[in-house]
Ligand binder design. Sequence first.
Ligand SMILES: Nc1ncnc2c1ncn2[C@@H]1O[C@H](COP(=O)(O)OP(=O)(O)OP(=O)(O)O)[C@@H](O)[C@H]1O
Length: 204
Amino acid sequence: MQLEAQNLRCRRGPKTLFTDISFSLDAGKLLLVEGQNGAGKTTLLKLLSGLRRPDKGEVLWNGMSIRSANSQFNRQLAWLGHQNPLKEDQTAFENLSMLGAIRSRNERCAYEALQAVKLGNVKHKAVKTFSAGMKRRLALASLLIADTPLWILDEPQAALDKAGIALYEQLATEHLENGGMIIMTSHHDVAIDERFIERLILGQ
Ligand SMILES: Nc1ncnc2c1ncn2[C@@H]1O[C@H](COP(=O)(O)OP(=O)(O)OP(=O)(O)O)[C@@H](O)[C@H]1O
């Protein structure tokens, strides 16, 4: 398994955000994308997810363009942006069950994912009653339900308290140990073993 970026260039409005980004990421590795506000981290993650096209360059999954129907890229990817992809009027359990149904998971997976993010005791409460940190935990549970090898996560630790950040780091470490891959941004330290981590700093 490999994700490769080849000579990516991106402009937004009059500004060139980056001109020649290349890297390759293998199974069991985490790419930490760093840079100041406005450096282009979110934009780069969108290019790598296929949500936005680069002005130049290509993103390859296992040697094949992610735009090729044969790449199966979308089935391998779980994306988490700044916004949590949650239905506010539904309960935590209903949100995860719905995602699980799309991925042919049974209800037990939803219960297990809720336990894993320590939301088991509020599983039948509507998401609109949750705090920002609880919603972010639920969004992290959706990664477990998706069960894809590649996670692309824009500030996954946002809104989480110390325990929530530690929980995220634990889930991410387990994912990497199982041969998964993660691309993420963060404005904070990430306490994940350095042997998993590669870094890309934008705006230098
Ligand atoms: N819809 C848009 N139209 C034009 N310019 C945009 C748009 N969205 C973002 N930009 C610009 O693109 C640049 C990069 O934005 P981006 O969100 O990728 O940065 P970032 O590194 O993720 O920032 P942050 O750390 O604040 O989340 C910024 O200068 C921003 O003003």
